[in-house]
Ligand binder design. Structure first.
Ligand code: C5P
Length: 236
């Protein structure tokens, strides 16, 4: 494997320098929630998230979304283009739950008429605060309105693609978080991961949660749920 110098360790991944243009991403078994106040680990989770991310990034690439994905390396590693990560967490919500319910007092499970896109400033020390378009420019996270609109429209496109893909697999895509980064040419690509760590999936028939909420809420069988998501991706 072409893993070279260690660059960065996040809560669920490690990043290594590969060459001038690429990085190696390693998916860890660690689980964190509530800004890392709750910590755990689930053997095999990293490999499941690597596989799920690879499948979903291939799907999105084929549907015209530009992503950082280059190729699978092995069970827990993938090769991705080197990017300057834009320090914004882009959240798309189809159904009110999680922090939205806490912030706005809306009934858990309320469906939105159309998807809601939110931005949070990616800063753990500050607790990833909610920001609006103007903050993006004042904080110099994005340069202009075009970039802001691009992130929103890509997020909506990703939602459209994933929502119907998962519905065919009897999963409701409730919400998710994505991140973007810029190449040295200034091109914006979808980065990071798309996994049950970063999405909420509810079974269409039973409403059973098949995502990190099982860890957040101590429901248990976290790995079984992630395996189920991968199985539905692979064996439709
Ligand atoms: O917690 P909240 O309801 O804001 O989360 C919305 C969606 O974004 C969920 O799918 C959650 O897993 C994801 N998320 C994330 N990383 C964060 C915050 C939220 O993956 N730091």
């Amino acid at each position: 494997m072409n893993k070279k110098e260690f660059l960065y360790e996040g809560k669920a991944k490690k990043i290594y320098n590969s060459d001038d243009d690429n990085v190696v991403i390693e998916f860890k078994d660690d689980l964190t929630a509530f800004n890392a106040e709750k910590k755990g680990s689930e053997e095999g989770k990293g490999a499941l998230n690597n596989k799920i991310t690879i499948e979903l990034f291939k799907l999105l690439e084929n549907a015209g979304v530009k992503t950082h994905f280059v190729k699978k390396i092995d069970d827990i590693h993938l090769l991705a283009k080197k990017l300057d990560i834009i320090m914004i967490e882009v959240i798309v919500r189809n159904v009110a739950t999680g922090s939205f319910v806490k912030r706005f007092g809306v009934k858990d499970g309320t469906k939105f008429d159309k998807p809601l896109v939110e931005f949070c400033y990616k800063d753990d020390d500050l607790g990833d605060p909610f920001i609006n378009d103007e903050h993006c420019k004042v904080l110099d996270l994005l340069h202009d309105d075009n970039e802001i609109e691009y992130l929103k429209s890509e997020a909506r496109k990703i939602n459209d693609i994933l929502k119907s893909y998962f519905l065919e697999r009897k999963l409701n895509l409730i919400d998710f978080k994505v991140e973007f980064g810029k190449t040295s040419n200034g091109e914006i690509l979808l980065a990071d991961e798309i996994t049950p760590d970063s999405c909420r999936f509810w079974d269409v028939d039973s409403n059973e949660k098949l995502d990190k909420d099982r860890f957040r809420e101590d429901i248990g069988n976290v790995k079984v749920a992630y395996e189920e998501v991968l199985n539905r991706i692979l064996n439709k």
